[in-house]
Every structure is written in C-alpha cells, then in structure tokens.
Design a protein around this ligand. Structure first.
Ligand code: NAI
Length: 388
C-alpha cells in the first residue's frame, strides 16, 4: 500500500472522521461511508473546520488542506468503496452490527483489500469470523482525537495474515503514527494497563485515605501525570470510562483486579457524567466551587506510590502474558495516554524488588487477590534483574 491506495472509512462519527482526516492529509483518496447522512454532513463540516484551523495555526500549507479536503468524498453507498485498498471500520461498538457490515463489505472490495477495525473492546477474532477471508482482518485501534494522538495499537486476530499486519503497520507508520503490536486480548495494551490509574484512585478515595482533589493534586504535582485520575474520568465521561471498566472486568471473567467502583456507578446513575454534563467528580457549573487539595507531601507520595505500583504490576503482567513487548508496552503508555515515563522503565528506577515489596504489603494488608504481584515481577526480583 502507498499513497495511491484508496482509503475507505466506515462510520463518520468521532473516530471515523478523525481517521479520514489523517488518511486524506497523507495523500490518500479517502471515501467515508455512514448509514446516517447527517453524520456524513457533520463529518464533512468538521473536516473543513479542522483543516482550516491547522492552516490558521501554521501547521499545514493552505494547498495541503485544500488537497486533503478535495480528496475526501462522503458517500452514502457502501459500493462506492469498491476500489479501496484498505477499509477502516469505525461504526458503533456492537458485534452484530460489525459482523453484518464486514459480511457486507467483503464481496464489494477486491480480495487483497485489508479490512481493519477500530474496535476498542471486541475481539478481532470475533469480527473476522464474519469474513470468508478472515486473514485480511486486523485491528487498528486509534486514540481520540485520531489526528492528534500518535498511538495506534495494531491487533492481529488468530486468523490474521502476517503480511496484512506488516502492510497495515507500514501504511499507518507512514502517516506519522507510532504503531505498537498487541495481542487480541481484552483492552489490548492501553485500556488494560491503564485500569489502576482510575481503579486504585477510586479505591483510595472510597477508603477515605484522601479526597478527590488531593489524589488529583498528588498524581499531577508529585507523579508528573498531565491530568489527575478524577479530572480525566470527568473529561472522558464517567459513563464511557465506567463502561470500559465494566467491559474489561467481564472480559477477564471477573478478575477482582478490574472490579468497577460503586462511587463511579452512582455518579453515572445520577447523570453526573463529568464535563459534558456540567458535573461529575467536580462541579463545572460553579467556578467558586474549586476544590482545595490537602498538599501534605507525605500523604501525596503514598498516593502516587500506590497507584504507580499498581500500574507497574499491570504492565508487568501484560508482559508476562505476552500481550506486547517490553518496548511496546512502555511506548503505548507514553504515546497513547501521555504517561510521564514508561511503566517498566519506572519499575527499574524504583527497583523491581521494591515494587514487589509494595505489592506484598498491599496484599498482606487487604488479603485480596486484587493485590497479587505479577509472576513477572517476582521472577525478575528473584533474579535481581530489571526490565530494561
Ligand atoms: P460514534 O458514535 O461517534 O460514531 C459511529 C458512527 O457509525 C455513527 O455516525 C453511526 O451513524 C455510524 N454507523 C452505525 N452503524 C453503521 C453501519 N452499519 N454502517 C455505517 N455506519 C454506521 O462512535 P465513535 O466514538 O467514533 O466510535 C466508533 C468505533 O471506534 C467504536 O468501535 C469505538 O469502540 C471505537 N473507538 C472509539 C474511541 C473513542 O474515544 N470514541 C477510541 C477508540 C476506538
């Protein structure tokens, strides 16, 4: 695949529109299909607006923006995608809808056409099962907003051809993205490894160790994260974040490590979805309601140590189960969710032995399986080794 390859994007929502913009600005003739014509019109207007904004900011030349816009067609017939070399699906997160769509698009395109899915929680295996040639189906998980976030997780299913993975990777790399390879397991890399960022913060709050602004303050000021966990949950939307947690929890056969929180569930039930509803963990309707953190550094350090330890344990476990390589796990968390450091590198800085000792203390304190140290950490600690 190269610039002459036609790109098809199915689903003109948040992700589809963003992916189309990436492809079109990198020279591809891009065809965007959606069953909803208002979504197509919204996506067309958004593309125009975003390209103009990039020109105003001096990020791209006016001619590049004009070319990208004229290269993109918004179509209301799936058959218009017939000559595409790659189709990226970004429709609703529903297996029946995706299966039906893959069965429909497969006979329209050529045998060599790659069919990629942007799913974040379904298995690539289950989607590929709808196709006669399942080897052409691959996961290409972009992050929101697709034009800005550099990471793309490439996810081969059990049936995916190696060539399809290599070609898709080369194409998306040429779009200036950072690609990592992830096993077809729940949450892939980022949505799995990041769970404790929210889950352990909620737990610390629920236990009454610290309040919401204090935990956010500690993670930003002392931990170096760009946003605190509660700010981030409010930003993502508590409904969306809670749904991801529930789906990962169920997909792991209810492993207690991923158990969702009642606090967040109640906020969702009450309609306190976060920024978009004006109220979540924080109240965005009243500027005077600014929450004041307790800036006790000893307490702050304890909060950061506990959450980061749990994140490292999750990253180590992802490596243990060969979800991805060491390099890709660290890259995914720094480029996909802007963590200040790769978690495995962070483990080495703290010392793997110390991480194990912190996990063991938590496990002894709570007597819960949630705090079991990953076998990967135990092995490295016993050998006196680090990850890097
Ligand atoms: P969205 O709800 O903004 O857009 C979905 C679009 O698909 C809608 O315009 C809808 O009309 C269209 N659609 C539904 N069924 C269709 C069909 N059969 N044929 C053609 N079009 C159809 O959804 P969003 O957020 O863009 O998500 C799309 C996919 O990307 C989902 O699989 C989601 O899990 C995944 N994803 C979402 C991320 C996010 O942050 N929003 C991040 C990464 C992946």
């Amino acid at each position: 695949m190269d610039k002459a390859t036609r790109l098809g994007v199915i689903g003109a929502g948040t992700m589809g529109a963003g992916i189309a913009q990436v492809g079109a600005t990198h020279g591809h003739r891009t065809l965007v299909f959606d069953t909803d014509t208002t979504a197509l019109e919204r996506a067309r207007a958004a593309l125009e607006r975003n390209l103009n904004r990039l020109v105003d900011k001096g990020r791209i030349e006016k001619s590049v923006a004009g070319d990208a816009y004229s290269r993109t067609k918004f179509v209301d017939r799936l058959t218009d995608l017939a000559r595409c070399g790659i189709v990226i699906e970004a429709i609703v997160e529903d297996l029946d809808a995706k299966s039906q769509l893959f069965a429909e698009i497969e006979p329209i395109v050529a045998h060599e056409c790659v069919l990629a899915t942007n799913t974040s929680s379904l298995s690539v295996a289950s989607i590929s099962a709808a196709c006669h040639i399942p080897g052409r189906v691959v996961g290409a998980h972009f992050f929101n907003p697709a034009p800005l976030m550099p990471l793309v997780e490439l996810v081969p299913g059990v049936s995916t051809n190696e060539d399809v993975v290599a070609e898709t990777r080369a194409l998306i790399d040429a779009w200036g993205k950072t690609t990592v390879l992830a096993k077809d397991t729940p949450g892939f890399i980022v949505n799995r490894v990041a769970r404790p960022f929210y889950g352990e913060a909620l737990r610390i709050f629920e236990e009454g160790i610290a309040n919401v602004p204090t935990i956010d303050w500690a993670m930003k000021e002392l931990g170096g994260f760009r946003m605190g966990p509660f700010e981030l949950m409010d930003f993502i939307g508590n409904d969306v974040n809670f749904a991801v947690t529930e789906s990962v929890f169920a997909a792991f056969y209810f492993d207690p490590r991923y158990r969702p929180s009642f606090t967040q569930k109640r906020l969702v039930e009450a309609g306190r979805l976060g920024k978009k509803s004006g109220h979540g963990f924080y109240d965005y309707r009243d500027a005077d309601a600014a929450a004041v953190p307790d800036t006790d550094t000893e307490l702050g350090r304890a909060i950061v140590d506990r959450i980061v330890t749990m994140l490292i344990n999750e990253a180590a476990d992802a490596l243990f189960w060969r979800v991805a390589s060491r390099d890709d796990i660290d890259l995914a968390m720094t480029r996909g969710v802007n963590y200040p450091k790769g978690l495995l590198r962070w483990a080495d800085e703290i010392g793997v032995g110390e991480v194990v000792s912190r996990m063991t203390t938590l496990q002894n304190t709570y007597n819960e399986d949630r705090y079991r140290p990953s076998p990967m950490l135990l092995r490295l600690a016993s050998e006196g080794k680090g990850f890097w």
